[in-house]
Design a protein around this ligand. Structure first.
Ligand SMILES: [Zn+2]
Length: 387
């Protein structure tokens, strides 16, 4: 295996196996070859931890990828036409022996304008800031005495618009500091780290995570007794029944034991309030169908009413349910359920942290509509999962 591909696998596997850095198929990585002719990048729909020498990546010619950002005609198209066109051009830029038809990450054009090695993650400790109203101010304080000056990226619709905005902000940064930013922090989204070598990029990830962790308070919680099996079964049955009443579909429901995050959350007086906002990020919106439903008690009538009201407002029925005294339940197939549980546990922690940083900052109605309005659901899922 050549050194650049080996570096890509190394940075991907190292960061991907840590669920506090990235959940499900989220996050992406890339490495440009010497001379800048090619870029290896994670394939869409692959998890970072699953990448290896044979699969989970594509190699692209850099020049046509960069030209996507500068193409003025794309900016004039409606998103529903533009985004599939961008994906198409990314596929055409692929130059490798991969025959499985997997697509390169939909954020390849964004990676193209950064340094040689790029790591993009959705770390829990970063979300604690980027999903809080005073998050940016708190980050400014944290980095004040550091040698790194992070680039702050205000929330932008994913895809072409985000790549274009980042290209512009990176250009401005370069003019001011004489180099590209090593760290970018994206509002309501996550972290980008870019460096000349794989080792430096990994070191940067560790450094930023450590710095941002220092200020976060531990969530104190009494240890909870594991609920009785019959109560868990009854709750599962009730949620399944309510989902059937509201949607006409039979959806399996699983219980995820109350870990520290869930235990701390369900003991809070403000738990209901913390779950009354919209989704924090595209992952929560797409995978968990939005914010988890909070229930003081588990009765089919209440759940059916809440689900029906969501559906009537054009939203999808919740896939995660947080029940006082019991814990977290997820309604989904076996493969998706653990991802939804991961995303929800992170979301609960982020929501508790946000209280200390001025309150929760979540997706606006328009931002949600943009993500929900894709013509094809498959494409929408791809967009969220492959960022
Ligand atoms: Zn992302």
């Amino acid at each position: 295996m050549n050194k650049d591909l080996a570096d890509l696998i190394k940075i991907s596997n190292t960061t991907g196996k840590d669920s506090t850095l990235v959940q499900g198929g989220g996050g992406n990585t890339s490495v440009k070859t010497a001379g800048g002719k090619y870029m290896y990048i994670k394939a869409s729909g692959t998890a970072l931890k699953d990448m290896n020498a044979k699969e989970g990546w594509r190699r692209l010619r850099l020049e046509p990828v960069l030209s996507i950002i500068t193409d003025k005609s794309l900016g004039k198209l409606d998103a529903s036409v533009r985004e599939p066109e961008v994906v198409n051009r990314l596929l055409l830029a692929c130059d490798d022996n991969v025959t499985s038809g997997v697509r390169p990450s939909v954020e390849s054009h964004l990676h193209a304008c950064l340094e040689k090695c790029v790591i993009h993650l959705h770390p829990l400790v970063i979300a604690a800031y980027v999903n809080a109203k005073n998050g940016k101010a708190e980050l400014d304080k944290l980095f004040k005495n550091e040698s790194i000056v992070p680039l702050w990226v205000p929330y932008t619709d994913p895809g072409f618009m985000l790549a274009k905005k980042i290209a512009r902000l990176v250009g401005d940064y370069q003019k001011q500091y004489g180099k590209k930013p090593a760290v970018m922090i994206l509002e309501k989204h996550g972290l980008f780290v870019t460096a000349k070598t794989a080792e430096t990029s990994l070191r940067l990830v560790r450094k930023v995570i450590k710095l941002c962790s220092n200020k976060l308070k531990k969530h104190k919680a009494r240890k909870l007794k594991r609920p009785a099996l019959k109560d868990i079964s009854a709750a599962k049955f009730t949620i399944r029944k309510a989902l059937f009443n509201a949607t006409g579909r039979e959806i399996p429901v699983g219980y995820f034991s109350a870990n520290e995050a869930v235990s701390a959350f369900i003991q809070r007086k403000d738990a209901g309030k913390l779950l009354s906002t919209t989704a924090l990020n595209p992952d929560e919106l797409v995978y968990a169908n939005g914010t988890a439903m909070w229930l003081e008690k588990c009765d089919a009538g209440t759940i059916t009413r809440k689900l029906t009201s969501l559906i009537n407002r054009g939203q999808k029925p919740s896939a995660a349910f947080v029940i006082k005294g019991l814990g977290l339940f997820v309604a989904a197939d076996e493969k998706t359920a653990p991802v939804i549980a991961d995303i929800t546990c992170c979301s609960l922690l982020i929501r508790m942290h946000a209280v200390n940083f001025g309150g929760i900052l979540s997706l606006t109605k328009r931002e949600q509509d943009f993500i929900n309005n894709w013509e094809s659901e498959a494409f929408r899922k791809k967009l969220a999962s492959s960022q």
